[in-house]
Write a protein that binds this ligand. Structure first.
Ligand SMILES: Nc1nc2c(ncn2[C@@H]2O[C@H](COP(=O)(O)OP(=O)(O)O[C@H]3O[C@H](CO)[C@@H](O)[C@H](O)[C@@H]3O)[C@@H](O)[C@H]2O)c(=O)[nH]1
Ligand SMILES: [Mg+2]
Length: 249
């Protein structure tokens, strides 16, 4: 390895807890878990995957149980909830059970590729960032498979938020991130929103609290199996929260 690639250090005691919220992801879950194992098991990182299933009617939890049998209960941890309680609270629930000193949050529908996780870990270790955020809007990052409307919503949400709140991070609504666990806990405690807009508020709060944020370009590929749970009510929620943050910060 070239010396420039070695100027960071992962401490032996570092552990990464990956939170995977699922709602109707039975086709995607085995593939994402396989990819996580492929990219992290080959490295020497200590990690665990915490699956937070919200009573998916398609039987995602049964699939998760099978995966736990294959990979073992120390690698795959199941923390299901009875019913669909939303993405934001799924993270809050998951972090309570995380044993790592770092937490990685990602979607389970293969839009976020696990191959980026080692890049997040390396950048964090190199600069000791409090947060590393995947960004579709820097370098060779990008979005694939979204229709014009969805691209417009994402770009629009990012643009308006940049304009009003000047957060100094390029991808505000994305949710592929690595946090120091104590930082994530503090951010969660300071956030008021609970839906999808949670991602945006987290990064705004991180800036306010003067945490350092690193960015890794990521590609976001639209899901092949199942459908997005983002609906009109989430968009209304986003606008409300944005205005709230604008008025109060
Ligand atoms: N446990 C639980 N999981 C949920 C819930 N709603 C969604 N999920 C899970 O959360 C992940 C993201 O949900 P999607 O429905 O696939 O979201 P998306 O429309 O693709 O939105 C993604 O991109 C947005 C824009 O970049 C992001 O804002 C959003 O957080 C997400 O990453 C998936 O793993 C999905 O199963 C819920 O109520 N409970
Ligand atoms: Mg998705």
């Amino acid at each position: 390895m070239a010396s420039s690639e070695m100027d960071f250090e992962i401490t032996k005691s570092d552990k990464y807890s990956i939170l995977l919220p699922t709602y109707n992801e039975k086709e995607n879950l085995p593939i994402i878990i396989w990819l996580i194992m492929k990219y992290l098991d080959s490295s020497e990182y200590d990690f665990e995957v915490i699956i937070i299933d919200d009573g998916s009617p398609d039987g995602t939890l049964d699939v998760a149980k099978q995966l736990q049998k294959i990979y073992g209960p120390t690698k795959i941890i199941l923390r299901p909830r009875e019913r669909k309680l939303g993405l934001g609270t799924a993270y809050i629930h998951g972090i309570k059970h995380a044993t790592g000193n770092f937490v990685i949050i990602m979607d389970a529908d293969l839009s976020h590729h696990p191959k980026f996780i080692p890049k997040f870990i390396e950048l964090q270790a190199k600069k000791d960032y409090d947060v590393v955020s995947g960004s579709r809007y820097i370098g060779d990052g990008g979005v694939y498979g979204w229709d014009f409307k969805r691209k417009l919503i994402s770009r629009g949400a990012n643009f308006v938020t940049q304009l009003l709140l000047r957060p100094g991070a390029s991808d505000l609504t994305g949710s592929f991130r690595l946090y120091k666990k104590d930082v994530l806990q503090k951010l969660i405690d300071s956030c008021v929103s609970k839906g999808y807009v949670f991602q945006m508020e987290m990064i705004i709060r991180a800036r306010q609290l003067k945490y350092t944020i690193g960015e890794v370009p990521i590609t976001f590929v639209d899901r092949v199996y199942g459908e997005s749970k983002l609906g009109g009510s989430e968009i209304v929620q986003f606008v409300k929260s944005l205005l709230y943050l604008f008025a109060t910060t």
